[in-house]
Design a protein around this ligand. Structure first.
Ligand code: IPD
Ligand code: CA
Ligand code: CA
Length: 258
């Protein structure tokens, strides 16, 4: 089976399972602390996706959130899996969470898929083929003024309450912007930017499985993405992320002129 088709089938199967799975409070576990949670469903879904990928492509490498990475990648193809992006939303709201599957070959994007599970909306892009939500083409907004800007950030605590080198810049930006929104899912917020529903995105913490599928979708929708310092976004490291509807907005943010 072709990799994209395998990914699409897998993500739809994952969505169907998540929409009807039971979840009891005693199935929620802390990973590092009370703000970092995991459920049996994060693990089950990642296992299911891993199994299907490795059955058809045993020499690919799979980097997922819940299971350790095995080094070595004879095929040069790496998959990035987040079985549930927005686990806290999954637990508390039972919506606003996604399954995220990105696929790269020799550090170049092949495709990305992000399923907004409860809305049953599939964001997807193949390199060079545009960005889509189900059957509708996506494009970033044309917002060019900070006073018109909707800023998305997936965690208010990290972005505005913790000390980090860009904190002052972010606070000034938030004051100057039209609005700040926090959904609580890196993947879905990058897709909002791709769909023109937000104009800029920032976070001080993101892992490869959080953003490597959605970044393909965003770039195909005409957006751009880098670290908060304006460096190219690394593929295989935890990193800060800044994403924009245009190069001009990126420049504005890096200059901090607002
Ligand atoms: C988290 C969400 C959250 C973001 C965190 C991520 P998870 O992913 O995307 O919005 O602020 O940095 O780790 O744990 O729900 O997969
Ligand atoms: Ca995540
Ligand atoms: Ca996750």
């Amino acid at each position: 089976m072709e990799r994209f088709k395998l990914a699409r089938n897998g993500i739809m199967k994952a969505g169907a399972a998540l929409r009807q799975c039971p979840l009891n409070e005693d199935e929620v576990r802390r990973k590092t602390d009370h703000q970092d949670l995991v459920t049996c469903w994060d693990k089950n879904i990642e296992q299911m996706l891993r199994r299907e990928i490795l059955q058809f492509f045993p020499t690919d490498r799979v980097v997922g959130e819940e299971y350790p990475d095995k080094p070595g990648c004879p095929s040069g193809v790496i998959w990035y899996l987040d079985p549930i992006d927005g686990t806290t939303n999954f637990i508390n709201q039972r919506r606003n969470y996604a399954v995220s599957v990105g696929c790269w070959e020799n550090e170049r994007p092949l495709f990305g898929l992000v399923l907004d599970v409860e809305r049953d909306e599939l964001y997807w892009a193949k390199k060079g083929g545009g960005a889509w939500r189900n059957g509708d083409a996506l494009h970033v907004s044309n917002c060019g003024k900070v006073s018109d800007l909707l800023l998305a950030t997936p965690c208010i605590q990290y972005t505005f309450l913790e000390e980090h080198p860009q904190r002052e810049n972010m606070l000034r930006l938030a004051r100057a912007a039209r609005a700040v929104r926090s959904l609580g899912s890196v993947a879905l917020e990058l897709c909002q930017l791709a769909a023109g529903e937000a104009d800029m995105f920032v976070t001080t913490r993101s892992a490869p499985w959080d953003h490597n599928a959605a970044r393909v979708i965003l770039e195909e929708a005409g957006g751009c993405i880098c670290t908060l310092d304006g460096e190219p976004l690394p593929l295989n490291l935890n990193t800060t992320v800044a994403a924009f509807n245009s190069r001009e907005m990126c420049k504005l943010f890096m200059q901090g002129e607002y």
